[in-house]
Structures are given as structure tokens and as C-alpha cells.
Design a protein around this ligand. Structure first.
Ligand code: CMC
Length: 427
């Protein structure tokens, strides 16, 4: 096969290199397109555009494959813990014992958040959406850690990374505790990374914290499953903001805002609200299936469909199994799980969904587990952000180390051509 792609236009013939990834993905390298032809490409939603070369995450949407640094998501969800996966994503290899211990110790060293940050949190009404609060607090962290902006050395980069991995869970816990009216507290450095997160979120002021291994294991698995997903909307946002050298925390804050939307991470909240609405409406799943298929109705079956997965989302498979296990172990019989399973069964047999290759995605069952763990619905997307943190960091670090240029797409202008100014009195 030729390793060049030929473009013929307007009597000209142009050659562009075809590059091949390690999993045989092919791409036409059009870096010289505009200089050679004067043209740009047009690809709304970047459905066909590779924005970078990356060594972090591989996914094959047709085969339902997801791998972090070459390790299958099934293996990692089963055998690794979240901190190991974070290290793997960020630095490229699974850590040995010493590396993991050092990484964890470095994180613990940074696990304080400036007390002044509580005043910022105080300024938000209790009704504020936790994603807006989290994005603001992450941005505010810059002011308290100004050395994290200029990361020209790898050491400075490492320091910023351990700082945010340490402080972000505190912000997540504070965001939830504020919503629940609980006092804002710090973690316990004697605990594992995820156990500490669980304690920070759930410890009650007047009770001894009791280790809940079912909840901690479920949380660990969910965080791993959300940890990276190559160039999705929020990750692309983190990379593009970071490409202006805005700094890690500012880039992450932008990523959190991108994740918030219901077409992206916000879908987990939307799924649960949808399931609750169906239950309140008598459990008539057929009615909602019809609404989802009606082109005059804006309703979509939340938690279904994916830009890349056109077979199944491997994360959804693991989470569905986990939902059964967690609810079973906790002795919870949630009618919403039955509604979700009923909807899935109907959709998988429905021509509309089959033709469009719409399958349950990562968000379809995750909310059912979060709910069983006692996490409020509005916090679900925050939990997604907590899981995605190492992926965002890894992608940002890769972008900086590869010295990628500032992200700046082109456009095709379709507005008015030059016209004369009309004074106000004549308009
Ligand atoms: N319910 C009903 N119809 C749907 C749905 C859905 N959930 N998703 C896609 N379609 C239809 C869509 O109307 C279109 O139909 P037609 O070809 O007749 O116009 C066709 O399927 C293709 O959809 P699309 O919007 O062009 O596909 P996309 O790749 O641009 O969008 C998506 C992907 C995830 C935004 C979309 O499937 C969706 O809105 N799903 C619901 C929201 C959701 O669950 N999001 C979470 C995504 S996974 C977590 C993450 O990583 O963000």
C-alpha cells in the first residue's frame, strides 16, 4: 500500500504522507495542506480529525477495546488500584513497590488545602451545582500555588502533578460536604488513596469512620474505568488550554467545565434523573423509547450512544456487572436498576438503536452504583472528574513534553463580505 495520499484539485496534484499508529490506525498527515494548496479541512465536531499523536490510551470503537498504555481495561479494573493506574497513565509504566510508595508519599505531603479556600467555597450558595463549584475551586488553587503555573522543568511538572492529585480529592469532598451541610475536614494520611477519599467524603463529625471495603472497592473500580478515554471533549479541552501554557490547574478547571455537559460526563446525572422520571411516571419504558426515537422530541436516551464505540462500551459491561454485585452485597433492591435493565433490553432489540449502533455507555449504570454508595445525584459528574483526573494530567503532560504548538483551529468563514458602516440614525 502506498504510504502517500494524493489530493487532486483545481489542476494541482498534492501528496501527503500517510502515517500508521502502533495499532495500525492510518492517518493522512496534512500539516502542509494549507501552505501547499491554500485550503483547510472542514470537520465539525472533529469526527475525522486526529489532533495529536499519543501513547496513552488506545480504543477501538468497532471492537469495543479500551487499553491504558497497552493494558486492557478489564485487567486493570480487576487487578490494579486507582493510584497504580494513575501512575501508569501519567508516567507510562506500572509502578514497582518503591515507585508507588514514593508517589503516594509525595501526594500525602501535599494533602493540605489552604484554609483560605474555605472562604471561597463559603461564597457559593448551597444550591450551586458541584461541577461549577469544583471548576472554580480548581481554578482558585492557582492563586495559592503560583509555582504550579510555570512548569518548564520536569521536576516542576511533577510537583504540580502530585499537588493536584493530593488536593483535588479534598476539593471533591468539601464540595459534597458543603452540599450535605457537613463540616469541612481533611483526610487521613495513614489510609490508601481511595480509602482516604471515601473517608473524606463520608466521615460524620460525631461518629468513628468505619472502613467499608465494598464501597471502597466499588469506588476504586469506577475511578479506574473513568481514568482516561483519549481525545474526548474534556481531554481535548485540557490539552488545548494547556497548549497556551496556561498551567495545569487552569487547564484542568476548563476540562471540568467541558465534562459538565449532559452530552459528556453530565450524562451520568442525566441518566439517573431520567430513570427516576420513568419510575415516577409508572415505569413505562416504551413511552420513553418512543420519545427517544421521535425526531420532533429533543429527548435522548441518556447513557446510550457514543461518538467512538459502535459495538459496545467495554466500561459499561464491567459497570453493569459491578452494579449487580455492589447492590447485592449492600442488600439494596433498587427498582431503578430493573428499569435500566429493561430499557437496555428494549433498546438492544429496537431497529432504531440497532441501526444507529447505540449501546449503553459508561454512564448508564454508574449512577446506580453511586446512588447505592450514598453519593448525591448532583455529585455524579464530580466523581467522573475525580476518576478522569489522572487521564487529564497524563494528556496535559504528554502535550507539554512533546512541545506541541498552541491549539488553534481554522474555520471557513460564511458571514457577510465587506460592507460600509451605516450610522446609527440611518439604521
Ligand atoms: N438517544 C436517541 N438517539 C440517539 C442517541 C440517544 N442517546 N444518541 C444518538 N442518537 C441518534 C441521533 O439522533 C442520530 O440519529 P440520526 O442519524 O437519525 O440523525 C444518530 O443516533 C447519531 O447520533 P449523533 O448525535 O450524530 O452521534 P454523536 O457521535 O455526535 O453523539 C453522543 C454521541 C454520546 C453525544 C450521543 O450518542 C448522545 O447524545 N448520547 C446521550 C448522552 C450520553 O449518554 N453521553 C455520554 C457519552 S459517554 C461518556 C463520555 O465519555 O462523555
Amino acid at each position: 500500500m502506498s504510504d502517500k495520499a494524493i489530493l487532486e484539485y483545481g489542476g494541482g496534484r498534492y501528496e501527503f504522507p500517510v502515517i500508521k499508529g502502533t495499532e495500525d490506525e492510518l492517518a493522512i498527515d496534512i500539516k502542509t495542506l494549507r501552505a501547499a494548496t491554500g485550503m483547510v479541512t472542514l470537520d465539525p465536531g472533529y469526527k475525522n480529525t486526529g489532533s495529536c499523536e499519543s501513547e496513552i490510551t488506545f480504543l477501538d470503537g468497532e471492537k469495543g477495546v479500551l487499553r491504558y498504555r497497552g493494558y486492557s481495561i478489564e485487567d486493570l479494573a480487576e487487578k490494579a488500584d486507582f493510584l497504580e493506574v494513575a501512575y501508569l497513565l501519567i508516567f507510562g509504566e506500572l509502578p514497582n513497590k518503591e515507585q508507588l510508595e514514593k508517589f503516594h508519599n509525595d501526594i500525602k505531603e501535599e494533602s493540605q488545602v489552604d484554609e483560605e479556600m474555605k472562604k471561597i467555597l463559603d461564597g457559593f450558595p448551597k444550591s450551586a451545582h458541584p461541577m461549577g463549584v469544583l471548576s472554580s475551586l480548581t481554578s482558585a488553587l492557582v492563586a495559592f500555588n503560583p509555582s504550579c503555573v510555570d512548569v518548564s522543568s520536569e521536576l516542576a511538572m511533577y510537583n504540580s502533578i502530585v499537588r493536584i492529585l493530593a488536593k483535588f480529592p479534598v476539593l471533591v469532598a468539601w464540595t459534597m460536604r458543603k452540599k450535605k451541610g457537613l463540616p469541612l475536614d481533611y483526610g487521613d494520611d495513614s489510609l490508601g488513596y481511595v480509602e482516604n477519599i471515601h473517608k473524606m467524603m463520608f466521615k460524620r463529625p460525631n461518629q468513628e469512620y468505619k472502613r467499608d471495603s465494598i464501597a471502597i472497592d466499588a469506588l476504586d473500580k469506577l475511578l479506574i474505568l473513568h481514568a482516561d478515554h483519549e481525545q474526548n471533549c474534556s481531554t481535548s479541552t485540557v490539552r488545548i488550554v494547556g497548549s497556551s501554557h496556561a498551567g495545569l490547574f487552569a487547564s484542568l478547571s476548563a476540562g471540568i467545565s467541558a465534562l459538565w455537559g449532559p452530552l459528556h460526563g453530565g450524562a451520568n446525572q442525566a441518566v439517573l434523573e431520567m430513570l427516576e422520571a420513568i419510575e415516577a411516571d409508572g415505569g413505562d419504558t416504551k413511552k420513553y423509547m418512543a420519545k427517544a426515537k421521535d425526531k420532533n422530541d429533543p429527548f435522548r436516551l441518556m447513557g446510550f450512544g457514543h461518538r467512538v464505540y459502535k459495538n459496545f462500551d467495554p466500561r459499561a459491561k464491567i459497570i453493569k456487572k459491578s452494579a449487580d454485585e455492589v447492590l447485592g452485597s449492600l442488600g439494596i433492591d433498587d427498582p431503578i436498576l430493573d428499569i435500566a435493565k429493561g430499557l437496555e433490553k428494549e433498546a438492544l432489540e429496537d431497529k432504531y438503536f440497532v441501526d444507529r449502533k447505540l449501546y449503553p455507555n459508561v454512564d448508564f449504570y454508574s449512577g446506580i452504583i453511586y446512588r447505592a454508595l450514598g453519593i448525591p445525584t448532583e455529585m455524579f459528574t464530580v466523581m467522573f472528574a475525580l476518576g478522569r483526573l489522572p487521564g487529564w494530567i497524563a494528556q496535559w503532560r504528554e502535550m507539554r513534553l512533546r512541545k506541541e504548538p498552541i491549539g488553534r483551529p481554522r474555520q471557513v468563514y460564511i458571514g457577510e463580505t465587506l460592507r460600509s458602516f451605516v450610522p446609527l440614525e440611518k439604521r
